[in-house]
Design a protein around this ligand. Structure first.
Ligand SMILES: Cc1ncc(COP(=O)(O)O)c(C=O)c1O
Length: 416
């Protein structure tokens, strides 16, 4: 279709067309997509769809018109602050996603440094493993990024970060966990460094914010990373990842609610009158807030613990299963929900293996450094972990000693 049709078409025909259009997509409901999707089951999806529908047209830009939406947002924020060990007086902003949360965190650090220290050419010091969206957020705001190579353990190198700080540094960053390896940085040490140097400290828990607390309760070793760590100023935590909410939902949480003013825009220089907000966006979908609220209340602690239990079990089955296939290895330690595996036997060529897995219906997510296969698990992987291991085994047997150029976009660097 290249232009809007002259006459509208009935919904049943459109619905059928949309369903048919999806036929060639990967089967994410059956765990075939190891990124992008956080899926428990149809029941939770229906709850979210209904909640979204009830607040379908409400616009969170205008809370004056929709006080009920403000209450839902406040409750989502209060529940999240409680989960992440925030002290009294903390606050948060509901955003469209992890990238916006990170954008606002850097904005706050930049404004504070400009006001209090007159820094006009700021830089941030972050581990190499921090998400690339930090570079995008920094680029938009003319902030230089100093990415410090991680140590041999693939964790942030605190001494290296300390050495990179100069008079123009405004913030340090650490991940809980990072996306490439799923590992939690030594956040207490980095936060202590930030405090000692008077710097903003942001923890990127877009992945772990709504998983790490439950995983820890289930016995997973997770170092301290949240507001219980002195010196942590802000945390990004994605509701639309392991918060299991509908997409378009993340939080930027601040140790002190008044710091949110640092990323607030406000102006009256307009015929129309004042315009103000904490987010980068104007219109904000009420449905995303309602769906997040409904998800948290529908799952409850039991539900989140169940999600975490499923993810950890899937991780254990996959990690042990893959490590048991001759010629393969899993990078250790595996993260709580993310891990990377690769072939160590030269007769098993990664491109051929990727193509063989793709033929079996698995979307392959290739790690660039080191060359390998990356998985970010979600609860549905609990149901298919054994199938994945079996298919990896079969794919290895199939491709041993062969190379394959028919990659269908599964090559290294085609992660996105
Ligand atoms: C650790 C981490 N931070 C930030 C982001 C960005 O989140 P979003 O895609 O919601 O903008 C991601 C996305 O995968 C992530 O893994």
């Amino acid at each position: 279709m290249t232009r809007i049709p002259s006459h509208g078409r009935p919904w049943p025909a459109l619905a059928a067309e949309l369903e048919a259009a999806k036929e060639g997509d990967y089967a994410w409901r059956r765990g075939r997509v190891p990124l992008y999707v956080y899926w428990l089951n149809e029941e939770l999806a229906r709850v979210q769809q209904e909640a979204y529908r009830i607040y379908w047209s409400e616009n969170a830009l205008g809370m004056r018109a929709f006080p009920s939406l403000k209450r839902l947002e406040d409750e989502v924020i209060a529940m999240s602050l409680d989960l992440l060990g925030a002290p009294a007086g903390a606050g948060a902003t509901f955003t469209s996603g992890g990238s916006e949360s990170i954008f606002l965190a850097l904005r706050a650090a930049r404004v504070r440094a400009a006001r209090e220290q007159g820094i006009s050419e700021p830089n941030i010091v972050i581990p190499q493993s921090a998400h690339l969206t930090f570079n995008r957020a920094a680029d938009f705001q003319q902030i230089a990024v100093r990415r410090i190579p991680t140590g041999a353990n693939r964790l942030a190198d605190v001494a290296g970060m300390a050495a990179a700080i100069d008079a123009n540094t405004i913030a340090l960053v650490a991940s809980a966990p990072n996306y490439p390896f799923g590992l939690v940085d030594p956040i207490a040490e980095i936060a202590a460094l930030a405090s000692a140097r008077g710097l903003w400290m942001h923890v990127d828990a877009c992945v772990g914010g709504f998983l790490a607390p439950w995983a820890k309760r289930l016995g997973e070793p997770v170092p301290d990373w949240d507001f219980s760590v002195p010196g942590v100023c802000s945390i990004s935590a994605d509701l639309h990842k392991y918060g299991m909410a509908a997409k378009g939902a993340s939080l930027l949480l601040m140790r002190d609610d008044s710091w949110r003013a640092l990323h607030r825009f406000e102006s009256r220089a307009w015929e129309r009158g004042p315009y103000a907000g904490y987010a980068t966006t104007g219109t904000r979908p009420g449905g995303a807030i309602a769906a997040a609220w409904a998800t948290m209340n529908f799952l409850g602690e039991d539900g989140y613990l169940d999600c975490a239990r499923r993810i950890l079990r899937a991780r254990d089955v996959m990690v042990e299963g893959i490590a048991g296939i001759p010629g393969l290895e899993v990078l250790r330690p595996a993260g709580m929900c993310i891990f990377v595996w690769r072939a160590t036997d030269k007769a098993i060529e990664h491109n051929a293996l990727a193509a063989a897995l793709d033929r079996r219906g698995w979307l392959v997510s290739r790690q660039q450094e080191p060359d390998g296969f990356h998985l970010a698990l979600n609860p549905v992987h609990d149901e298919v972990a054994e199938d994945y291991v079996a298919d990896v085994g079969a794919a290895v047997r199939e491709v041993r000693g062969t190379a394959n150029e028919d990659l269908r976009g599964q090559a290294v660097g085609q992660t996105y």
